[in-house]
Design a protein around this ligand. Structure first.
Ligand SMILES: Nc1ncnc2c1ncn2[C@@H]1O[C@@H]2COP(=O)(O)O[C@H]2[C@H]1O
Length: 347
């Protein structure tokens, strides 16, 4: 297919309090490779210092040749992102300052975007398109071809497979990745349970920027998650969504992972190695592969109730607060029932 190169002028010199739209104006196809983009970080004082501000206001070059509406045939794409053709262009949408503010406050905080480099984050931000749907609207129909991946800014959606409700999700969740990842028909119907604000990301931008990470994480954590007793009640799809949110950390023997009295942001599973749980200077529990810790601070918004120290070289899988509340599903009830501080009191 003959591809045109494009040139777009991305002007960031807008009044942050105006409703003026910010972005590359929708791509204008020309054969001129020169770039008239300018950036003005001053306009982004609102998001000062954040990864979001840096991504949005960065001077670095967005991918060349943005093109809003190109649709690549499914069969032409390989699963391996390295095999993508290099003439890809992400769409660039106009975003108001108010939209950017909302993205900054919610969607961009999603773990899916948290470890992206600045350039990728910027591409994603401007490729996102706001979609408002009403209660009862069908956002995705099972069996259809996949076009967009969605992140829920606000509202609740339900998932139906063969007419039967399988689960639901709300603020901060995402859906519609399967058909884009596997070039398969939509695996479920997605219906808005309330009026919703969604952000849609086109399939090619999803594949170019999020596919590899998502596939890698899902396959990397799948075997381990299947073996964690706490997660036995999760479906394989719920385990996949959980895997998206996980990260790995390594500690040397003797290092504290969490410290009694401090605040807590993460929940941990031990992937390899051993650790001691130490409360008021006394070892109260020994942990090994498949065990978890760090749940109490997140369940009750309390300081860490004990210190956890690596007693060998230790590899842990971490889950942040928002994922913890959203992705552990029925396992959260199990965590509450198994609260070790309650067990200690009743002993
Ligand atoms: N149990 C489930 N099985 C399949 N898809 C699900 C399930 N729960 C939620 N979904 C989401 O529903 C989406 C429908 O479109 P996709 O198949 O692209 O991706 C699917 C998932 O993101």
């Amino acid at each position: 297919m003959a591809e045109k190169s494009s040139k777009e002028s991305v002007s960031f010199s807008v009044d942050p309090f105006s409703n003026e739209r910010i972005s590359g104006h929708k791509s204008v196809a020309t054969n001129d490779a020169t770039d008239s983009r300018s950036s003005n970080t001053g306009a982004f004082g609102f998001f000062k210092g954040s990864a979001f501000a840096k991504a949005v206001a960065s001077n670095t070059e967005p991918p060349k040749n943005f093109n809003a509406n190109r649709r690549t045939s499914v069969s032409a794409e390989a699963m391996n992102p390295n095999n993508f053709k290099d003439d890809w262009k992400a769409p660039v949408h106009h975003l108001t300052h108010e939209q950017l503010q909302r993205l900054n406050d919610s969607v961009v905080k999603n773990f899916l975007f948290s470890q992206l480099d600045q350039e990728s984050l910027k591409t994603i931000i401007f490729a996102l398109e706001e979609k408002r749907v009403n209660k009862g609207d069908e956002v995705i129909k099972q069996g259809d071809q996949g076009d967009f991946f969605y992140v829920v800014e606000k509202g609740k959606v339900s998932y139906y497979v063969d007419g039967k409700k399988v689960n639901d999700s709300s603020n901060g969740s995402s859906f519609g990745e399967l058909a884009l990842m596997y070039n398969s028909p939509r695996a479920a119907t997605v219906v808005a349970e309330s009026d919703c604000i969604l952000w849609a990301l086109d399939r090619m931008t999803f594949r170019r920027i999020l596919l590899e990470r998502t596939s890698r994480k899902r396959s990397m954590y799948d075997r381990f998650l299947k073996e964690v007793p706490l997660l036995k009640s999760l479906s394989s799809y719920e385990r996949s969504k959980l895997a998206d949110a996980l990260n790995t950390e390594n500690y040397v023997e003797g290092k504290n992972i969490v410290t009694q009295g401090e605040g807590g942001e993460n929940f941990y599973f031990i992937e390899n190695g051993t650790a001691d749980v130490i409360k008021d200077g006394k070892v109260v529990q020994k942990l090994r592969k498949g065990d978890y810790f760090g749940e109490l601070a997140l369940l009750y918004d309390s300081p860490r109730q004990a210190t956890v120290k690596a007693t060998s070289s230790l590899k842990v899988v971490t889950l942040g607060k928002s994922g913890f509340q959203r992705l552990l599903g029925p396992a959260v009830e199990v965590l509450k029932l198994q609260d070790p501080t309650k067990k200690m009191k009743s002993n």
